[in-house]
Ligand binder design. Sequence first.
Ligand code: URP
Ligand code: ZN
Ligand code: ZN
Length: 463
Amino acid sequence: MPTLIQGGRLVLSDGPVVGDLYIDQGKIAALGGDLSHLEADRVIDARGKLIFPGFIDAHTHFEMNAGLPNETADNFATGTRAALAGGTTVIVDFATQDRGDTLARALDTWHSRADGRCACHYAFHMAITEWNESVRREMADMTAAGVTSYKVYLAYDALRLGDRAVYEILEEAKAQGALVSAHCENGDLVSAGVARQKALGHLTPAAHPVSRPAGVEGEAVERFLTLGEEAGAPVYVVHLSTARGLEAARRARQRGQEVYLETCPQYLLLNEDKYQLPGFESAKYVCSPPLRSQGDSAALWQALAAGEIDVMSTDHCSFDFDGPKQLGREDFSAIPNGMPGVETRPVLLYTYGVAAGRLTLTQFVHLLAEEPAKLFGMYPRKGVLAVGSDADIVIWDPAWTGTISAATQLQNVDYSPFEGFPVAGRADTVLLLGETAVEGGRVVDSGLGRYVSRGPSLGTRRL
Ligand code: URP
Ligand code: ZN
Ligand code: ZN
């Protein structure tokens, strides 16, 4: 059924223009100017609204650790529904290899958790936790299955890889046109830091950031970039949290390296003072890397404004406070790491970035849609308002105001790290392949999400 969206401010790749957008058979069929001569079954009056390509969250963890006591609060059904309500139309989650097992089995497991349950579109990165020749051969199968990005962990003993493995994965991924991302913390230093805090009898959440200071990230970013340089491969740093890591990336770029950076709202809007809250409240903010200083956040905001950061994701990894987070009451290192955010990323970046005058609408759309689409092999199908692109569209009401609260969120978790934050704007209407999924800010259809098989990574910083 052809749909005409009339009179909105279309946020195109090179800036906003007022005009119409016409959708036919799930695709954008025409855009710009007055399209009222085109026949439509449905006309949406979007005067006063902003029209964005659907937002992409390239970093979520839904239904992680299934079966263990520290299971995530959000599964694919609840997580993608919350994402959709905020205007996110594609999430990319992390299928994770079990050590001793294959990538194929990990991909099957994640498909079995997500298929038929997602309210927004979804795709998978592949996290490699054990490296050998048979895993190398499997990477070609992953490419064929539409998985064109990998993650390696430099921390977490159950997941991390050594430098040689990371180097060889980078080489193979390059040959496959795939992108490798890394969780950059020095795992040995984290282990030493945790042991030291425990030996000192520091067992509350206040010890968490002390056990993994900025240098732990700085060293790992530097090392990952060096491995990328030696492999001649592009690199993507997930959840960058420090000025130190940023400076390492700047140096590598000056050397001519292709480096991509991702950060998340929590590293911009929350700081390490959250670890000084009374009682056990600080456990809500235990994530890795930890929240940092105000100086780090200021450096990240500056880098965003200067176009040095490519992608804004969430690292949504939700654990109930009155649930798995309590596992660490007597020992901070047993607190499951992570916090929720998939629902609130667009409105937080709009409020504290665009409305606050720190970012332009074009930068907003690049960070939330266009760059992740390019880097993760979905462009121009996703991530842009262009003729021929999928009609995953957000009609944004910039005049709406509200307050973030766990009481009203769709995220299936018992707290919000952004509780009480005033926000401006909201996703009023969201279309998935031209079908209405959100109307008046409410999810009206949660059965429209489809798997996104992805192509090669399109490196926008390639020289
Ligand atoms: O604390 C976090 N970030 N948990 C999720 C896993 C990861 O490190 O990305
Ligand atoms: Zn991580
Ligand atoms: Zn993560």
